[in-house]
Design a protein around this ligand. Structure first.
Ligand SMILES: NC(=O)c1ccc[n+]([C@@H]2O[C@H](COP(=O)([O-])OP(=O)(O)OC[C@H]3O[C@@H](n4cnc5c(N)ncnc54)[C@H](OP(=O)(O)O)[C@@H]3O)[C@@H](O)[C@H]2O)c1
Length: 222
């Protein structure tokens, strides 16, 4: 059993929290507006879920998930994340986040930008390439023939191993997509982003195997 802290509890955060609770983990949810606004969500998730401030959720998690708009990166608490395995689900969208020059000119990936705000976190990019409804519906037990794969990218081998174990526990297998600098291969608009799991109009999605994820990563262009 792992405690997973959430900085951000929107579509992706709540979906991951639901999968994590279902797998027997504890979750600590936080958002921008304050813990009291997450009381109903925590009640729905049951006794393994609690609410906190972002600082408290970051401190409580064995693994912490950052799942906020990229524009919120400057507000992510750095100190409690030092030395921790941290999952970054975030995608850059200038229409939502405003223009960020280093991302527009591709001198940084969005995960490298996040790392500048949480420099001592062991960051792993994951879940950014799957629609939250597909994330919920495509989870399968280990050994299922139609288990889906997700790319992960990061600079710390132990953090990647911890994230791989967590992802396995909630119903997915992983493809190692390299470092945070390599994570542009799974960024918004790349072949591995969204499309393999099916159109948004089909909420069930379609399972995606290892070869398809590897092929999509290999054909990405920057
Ligand atoms: N939606 C998807 O299917 C999907 C799939 C893959 C990746 N992503 C990416 O994952 C990230 C989250 O997406 P989402 O769809 O879950 O977004 P969302 O539904 O808009 O939720 C965003 C969450 O971030 C919280 N937040 C914003 N600023 C914060 C701050 N300073 N401190 C703590 N929490 C803060 C919000 O809190 P409040 O509710 O209090 O405002 C909300 O809980 C985005 O970068 C998105 O591009 C989304």
């Amino acid at each position: 059993m792992t405690t997973v802290g959430f900085i951000g509890s929107g579509s992706i955060g709540r979906t991951l929290a639901r999968l994590a609770v279902g797998a027997g983990h504890q979750v600590v949810l936080s958002n921008a507006r304050g813990p009291e606004t997450l009381a109903d969500t925590a009640a729905e998730l049951g006794p393994r879920a609690s609410t906190a401030t972002s600082e408290e959720a970051a401190g409580a998690g064995d693994i912490v998930v950052i799942t906020v708009p990229v524009s919120a990166f400057p507000h992510v608490p750095a100190t409690p994340l030092a030395g921790k395995t941290v999952i970054d689900t975030c995608n850059y969208g200038p229409e939502r986040d405003g223009h960020i020059p280093e991302l527009d000119n591709k001198s940084l990936t969005s995960s490298e930008l996040l790392l500048q705000y949480v420099p001592d976190a062991l960051l792993v990019k994951a879940f950014n390439n799957i629609f939250f409804k597909h994330l919920l519906s495509l989870a399968r037990p280990a050994g299922a023939a139609d288990r889906s794969y997700l790319p992960i990218a990061g600079d710390s081998a132990p953090a990647k191993a911890a994230v791989t174990e967590f992802i396995a526990s909630i119903g997915y297998s992983v493809v190692d997509a390299g470092t945070l600098a390599d994570s542009w291969r799974q960024a918004t608009g790349t072949p591995v982003w969204g499309t393999p799991y099916g159109p948004y109009s089909n909420e069930k999605g379609q399972p995606v195997g290892e070869d398809a994820i590897r092929a999509a990563l290999a054909t990405a262009t920057r």
